[in-house]
Design a protein around this ligand. Structure first.
Ligand SMILES: [Zn+2]
Length: 306
């Protein structure tokens, strides 16, 4: 993970060089606003995408207060609403308390679906099936008042166990509790950008934060293009996608711009329910191992270009 100082030093230039996407200017000698630094445009063929938001009530990185969390939630809800999106939010059970509850409630009150993201956000690879059952069941109990319909589960870190047998044990537990696993097709490193963004904002360094925000957008666009191309080239056709983002500060400030880009590329927003109906989510997986991967990569056996 590049630290903020490194990003600052590089002026956002080389973070994405390896991906063929980069910002074209260093801001240190510029008089204009950093946010106007142009990025090389990324384009993709259009498809359909469901938006999923992890780690509700909100990401606490950087010591975010309940007021911060509520602002993140309201801002993300607003961006989703402007695009007519019904998203699904995945909740870490133990993070719900009287102070954090308003952020979760704001998300649910806007009509978005609520799903289970474990009790304490463990790596399933480190749990026994019994511990996994307990993690899932505890959160299922506290979410009862928010879930009125299909039950969705998201594995923390997207890690589904290192062997096929261990994965099947989890899926059986989820099925018995009435849950459906919700994989991700457009995996990304958005959380890293959020960490750097949050640090820059805490330091009052809005120039650095603006560069990180632009890099975040370029990264998300590139990941979208990458997985759409992978699906078309390697799976033999278009698929319905599921995008992973978090309820955090960088999305509070930039998700709306990212959704604008999807719309400009001709993409259609769908629900998780609609996405899961696509045959790609019932295809056999070649990948067996501990990593958290895109479902497309799991089907293909774990290939990832970087
Ligand atoms: Zn998570």
């Amino acid at each position: 993970m590049l630290r903020r100082t490194a990003i600052r030093k590089l002026c956002g230039f080389s973070l994405l060089l390896g991906l063929g996407v980069f910002l074209t200017a260093c801001n240190e000698d510029d008089s204009g606003p950093v946010s106007s630094v142009p990025a090389v445009p990324v384009s993709t063929s259009p498809s359909r995408v469901a938006i999923t938001v992890d780690d509700l009530p909100y990401v606490t990185f950087g010591g975010a207060s309940p007021e911060d969390g509520l602002r993140y939630s309201e801002s993300i809800v607003s961006a989703l609403g402007e695009h007519g999106i019904v998203a699904t939010g995945f909740v870490i059970g133990r993070n719900i308390n009287a102070e954090t509850r308003p952020a979760l409630q704001a998300f649910a009150d806007a009509g978005h679906m609520i799903g289970n993201h474990s009790w304490s956000h463990p790596d399933y690879g480190n749990l026994t099936p019994d511990e996994f059952l307990e993690e899932t069941r505890q959160t299922d109990e506290v979410l009862a008042e928010w879930i009125d319909g299909p039950k969705y589960y998201r594995f923390p870190y997207l890690r589904q166990g290192e062997t096929a047998a261990k994965r099947e044990a989890a899926i059986e537990i989820l099925t018995n509790l009435g849950y459906q696993n919700v994989p991700v097709t457009i995996d990304n490193d958005e959380w890293q950008f959020n960490a750097d963004y949050t640090e820059a904002m805490a330091d009052g360094d809005t120039d650095a934060a603006a560069i990180i925000g632009q890099n975040y957008l370029a990264h998300m666009q590139e990941r979208t293009s990458h997985f759409q191309t992978l699906a078309v080239d390697e799976l033999g056709g278009d698929v319905d996608h599921i995008l992973l983002v978090h309820l955090n500060q960088i999305n509070a400030d930039h998700l709306g711009t990212l959704l604008d880009w999807y719309e400009a590329q001709g993409w259609t927003f769908i629900t998780v329910d609609e996405a899961l109906a696509h045959p790609v989510f019932s295809r056999a997986e070649l990948y067996e191992g501990p990593r958290g991967l895109s479902q497309i990569e799991r089907i293909l056996g774990g290939q990832r270009e970087q």
